[in-house]
Design a protein. Structure first.
Length: 405
């Protein structure tokens, strides 16, 4: 039984069955994914292809063990998926967290929340609405669905305040986006000298998980998105505990299929709270656009404008950083996204990135508010968390801050 066959069997029939012959390590990977890196090896290596796997990893997370097979370092692996694409034998695959995640969600007496990434619209079907997806998660056993785009709103406001205070007045530049773990990992591990230009902010995923835990300390939080790197981010020591499990769109699609749940057929359950700014985080240029619009509202009489530059995909991000290091700074706000197209181009997105981008833009255009400053739900949530003015996001925003080492 292959790894994928074992995975599908466990989703469809549960772990309390008599399994056909299988690799015990494969079963352990599925039952205890937290003990393994986001990318796992499911077969032996041979020939020269393993050198290609090693070359593909910019974080030096891959080595060759005594048996001649690739070994992945859990602490170094950022979950970028480059090695999966480079492996000609198909022996590297993304880890799967479905079994322990759904077990925790269905644990009696505990609240469970699905934290859905801004790139979600259109991923499961053309006719699926946010309200129908919320009903689908409830059918799985979740108590509610929270759009992470609301927390992208809050982080947009924080980054705009940072920019207004620190950049507009001294001519420096700001590196973002806090939402992309690949971009942040590149800066922290390869271009560490640029850390002072990165606002000390958590990602919207972590912000969402932290807020849910603050309001409901015993709740189970499950982030769902197109990104394998989010699995690694959720385990980072300084932010671990905010998000209990990370599932990809493909994983949750597999669960819907195994449980016979079709979101299209379910009733609406509308509670959309995000602005246009938060929703466009899911595609390249979205963060820059959101922050620029918010800065303009914060400081309409400014003389220095937000000048943005974006890069998507690891090679383009590295090129942009190298140009910046070589004195070719022609912007004051730099946005990097690890995947081509942004989050909609994530390795575990179900639909094509261009189709995903179109869905994101359409959903953004439906938002009743353009920026977080206009969004009453942002003010209401911040008030509930103890922030009485937006400026306090810079003064006492421990929930939304992380200290980069």
């Amino acid at each position: 039984m292959t790894f994928d066959e074992l995975y599908k069997t466990l989703i469809e029939q549960g772990e309390d069955i008599q399994l056909p012959p299988h690799d015990p390590k494969h079963l352990d990977c599925l039952l205890h994914p937290e003990e393994y890196p986001p990318v796992i090896r499911t077969g032996g290596c041979g020939g020269d292809c393993k050198q290609e796997c090693m070359k593909s990893c910019i974080f030096d997370a891959i080595s060759i063990n005594e048996n001649g097979s690739v070994e992945i370092d859990s602490e170094k692996c950022a979950g970028c998926s480059a090695c999966i694409n480079a492996c000609k034998r198909g022996n590297l695959t993304a880890s799967r967290d479905v079994i322990p995640a759904m077990k925790a969600v269905r644990e009696p007496g505990r609240l469970a929340y699905a934290l859905i990434a801004p790139a979600f619209l259109g991923q499961f079907s053309e006719r699926m609405t946010p309200g129908k997806l919320r009903s689908a998660f409830k059918a799985l056993g979740f108590d509610g669905m929270v759009e992470v785009a609301l927390f992208a709103d809050i982080l947009t406001l924080k980054e705009a305040l940072e920019f207004d205070r620190n950049i507009l007045h001294d001519g420096d530049y700001q590196l973002t986006s806090c939402c992309c773990p690949m971009w942040i990992a590149m800066i922290r591990k390869i271009y560490h000298e640029l850390i002072p230009h990165v606002p000390g902010a958590v990602s919207p995923m972590i912000a969402c998980g932290r807020v849910v835990k603050k309001l409901h300390p015993d709740a189970v939080t499950v982030f769902i998105g197109p990104c394998l790197a989010k699995k690694s981010e959720a385990r980072e020591p300084d932010i671990a505990g905010a998000v209990d499990y990370v599932l990809t769109f493909q994983e949750i699609y597999d669960v819907f299929e195994a449980c016979g749940i079709d979101p299209e057929e379910l009733p609406e359950s509308d509670k959309d709270h995000s602005s246009r700014a938060g929703r466009i985080y899911a595609r390249t240029g979205g963060v820059s656009e959101a922050v620029r619009a918010t800065v303009e509202q914060l400081n309409p009489k400014k003389t220095i404008h937000v000048q943005t530059k974006q890069a998507d995909g690891v090679p383009a991000c590295r090129k942009m950083i190298e140009e910046l290091k070589n004195g070719k700074a022609d912007a004051n706000f730099y946005e990097g996204m690890g995947c081509v197209g942004g989050c909609v181009g994530g390795p575990k997105a179900i639909i094509d990135k261009e189709e995903g981008r179109a869905h994101v833009n359409a959903y953004a255009d439906q938002a009743p508010y353009a920026t977080p400053l206009e969004n009453p739900y942002v003010a209401e949530l911040l008030e509930r968390l103890g922030y009485h003015t937006v400026e306090e996001l810079l003064e006492q925003s421990d929930i939304f801050i992380r200290e980069f080492d």
